[in-house]
Design a protein around this ligand. Structure first.
Ligand code: FES
Ligand code: FES
Length: 161
């Protein structure tokens, strides 16, 4: 097995990491960096539980090789909150009761953050489209969608301050 040294920025800190050729980004985050907020639901690109931001775009980290992350910026659910403040989408999903078992929640938070970064005022269809790759088997999606709407409102108010 070949090993590679990559330089990757994870949650705003840049590190050199030695990874085997066949290690996925999800495995690197969970097993080498102890960032276990990124969940392994299927290892097959189907459930979205492992979603992280790679250079600002949501990706299924089980479908990305760690070696492909050389020079990349990765944000995991652990990197969403500021020093003393949750991301508005984290606050909103708690307030709206959009978390049940929570297994899918990290991926939903990341996909929602990516949506709100590119579209600060998404409509319901745009929210559904952004979350189409994030499966939650606990419930309907109504409260999750409400959370994204609420976070968008908070974010717009914060932008005006
Ligand atoms: S664990 Fe990656 S999509 Fe399911
Ligand atoms: S909260 Fe349980 S799978 Fe989504």
């Amino acid at each position: 097995m070949a090993f590679h040294t990559i330089s990757v920025t994870i949650n705003h800190e840049t590190d050199q990491v030695v990874v085997p050729s066949n290690m996925t980004l999800m495995q690197m985050l969970r097993e080498k960096m102890a960032l276990t907020g990124t969940k392994n639901g299927c290892s097959a690109g189907e459930c979205g539980a492992c979603t992280v931001l790679m250079n600002g775009e949501p990706v299924n980290s089980c479908m990305v090789l760690a070696v492909e992350c050389d020079g990349a910026r990765i944000v995991t659910v652990e990197g969403l909150a500021g020093d003393k403040q949750l991301d508005p989408i984290q606050d909103a999903i708690i307030q709206a009761g959009g978390v049940q078992c929570g297994f899918c929640t990290p991926g939903i938070l990341i996909s929602s953050r990516a949506l709100l970064d590119r579209n600060p005022s998404p409509g319901e269809e745009e929210i559904k489209e952004a979350l189409v790759g994030n499966l939650c088997r606990c419930t309907g999606y109504a409260r999750i969608i409400d959370s994204v709407k609420a976070a968008a409102k908070v974010q717009l108010v914060q932008a005006e301050l």
